[in-house]
Design a protein around this ligand. Structure first.
Ligand code: UD1
Length: 379
């Protein structure tokens, strides 16, 4: 191996990680570096994991930790316990973690405690996003991961300000752009060719796509009923398609809210390309997902975020995203839907800077430029 070759351990655990690691692994390979993939197994269903590997051409994980679902503490502990020996064995120069799920935070915590012995460095992709809502598990994961990582790779220019305000040195922050958009741009032609919209019996721009999985919306029966009622109001004038996350499905059953799904077109969780096709063809997307707020902005599709706040405010200031009035009410959701469609029809903004399909190349460049001082290429 050449001496400038990097050994990089990349972690993925849950659905929103897979579209981020796919282009990073490809860019590492293209630059002649070694990308080693760890799947923690936080998500494990075919529809939540395997489909994404297949569609996005992600190699089989070099290590699969098989942790599965558990409480936050148990899931985090299982990931940490299973990840430590992998890290010690692989001995990478870089650990690359993405996003804000439990797998991101747990593996960062393990690596940061082994750093002194191994001289390994940690890079966080999607650093600096903040909702300032400590009730969100993801906010805790983001803050801890950013505090411990050596290199903070930001997806949008506003993220650096959040990190600087927390005392992170400017030298550790590097704006690389949004790596999810790399995947979106490669997959868009494939998504268009799937004819997903037509196969579902829908007409482009004549339906609304919805996704729901945040604990704040789906773990409380009243909150969940209010959102489903809001979707039902929208469904009085247009079709509403709802691919159902396993957490949401379980709670609908547990709270006996099944009849509230009758006015909606309910689907199993979709794979990446089908979901992209559904999003691109929609008149509007109603969602509590973080990634979909970004994808709708990149596609110029109106989006209503069904949350109290967003850690991705750039999708509002430079995108197509609108916050539904909080607390969520059925009428509020209906009004936000109509307002967002009207606003985007007037002026669809251009994509934010760095959402150009080349973030993964800039990530690899950042890893090369700041390679750990000790050379492990021979080990
Ligand atoms: C996790 C992430 C969240 C991300 C979301 C995307 C954390 C804290 N949360 O939340 O940030 O937006 O993934 O999906 O990391 N389940 C299955 N099959 C699976 C995975 C999960 O049935 O493959 C079920 C589990 O049994 C559980 C529920 O879905 O009841 C929730 O799964 P979990 O991974 O704990 O959290 P998510 O809500 O998916």
């Amino acid at each position: 191996m050449p001496t400038d070759h990097l050994k990089v351990l990349v972690v993925a655990g849950a659905r929103p990680n897979f579209m981020k690691v796919a282009p990073i692994l490809r860019a590492l390979e293209a630059a002649g570096h070694e990308g080693i993939l760890v799947h923690t197994g936080q998500h494990y269903d075919t529809t939540m994991s395997d489909t994404f590997f297949r569609e996005l051409g992600i190699k089989n994980p070099d290590y699969h930790l098989g942790v599965g679902t558990a409480s936050h503490a148990v899931q985090t502990a299982r990931i940490m316990e299973a990840f430590e020996p992998v890290l010690t064995k692989v001995h990478p120069q870089w650990l690359v973690v993405v996003g804000d799920v439990n797998s991101t935070m747990a593996t960062t915590l393990v690596a940061s405690k082994l750093r002194t012995e191994t001289h390994m460095h940690i890079a966080h992709v999607e650093a600096g996003l903040r909702s300032y809502d400590w009730r969100m598990p993801e906010e805790i994961n983001r803050v801890i991961t950013d505090r411990l990582a050596d290199l903070l790779l930001t997806p949008s220019q506003d993220a650096a300000g959040n990190l600087l305000a927390e005392g992170i040195p400017e030298a550790n922050i590097c704006f690389v752009g949004n790596v999810m958009i790399d995947t979106l741009m490669t997959q868009l032609p494939i998504a268009r060719a799937t004819n997903t919209v037509e196969q579902l019996g829908l007409r482009r721009r004549h339906y609304v796509a919805a996704t729901l999985h945040r604990p704040s919306n789906v773990d409380d029966p009243e909150a969940l009923a209010a959102v489903l009622q809001g979707l039902a109001l929208v469904a009085e004038s247009t079709a509403v398609v709802l691919p159902l996350h396993p957490r949401t499905l379980k709670n609908i059953e547990r709270f006996h809210l099944g009849p509230m799904l009758t006015p909606l077109t309910v689907l199993e969780p979709l794979g990446y390309t089908e979901m992209l096709a559904l999003t691109e063809g929609a008149e509007c997307v109603l969602t509590d997902s973080g990634g979909i707020q970004e994808e709708t902005t990149a596609l110029g599709v109106p989006c209503v975020t069904l949350r109290e706040q967003t850690e991705r405010p750039i999708t509002i200031t430079e995108g197509t995203n609108h916050m539904a009035p909080w607390p969520l009410t059925p009428r509020g959701i209906l009004t936000a839907y109509a307002d967002s469609v009207a606003a985007v029809a007037q002026a669809a903004p251009p994509r934010p800077a760095g959402w150009d399909g080349h973030a993964s190349e800039r990530i690899v460049k950042a890893l090369e430029d700041r390679r750990p001082v000790k050379d492990y290429s021979a080990s």
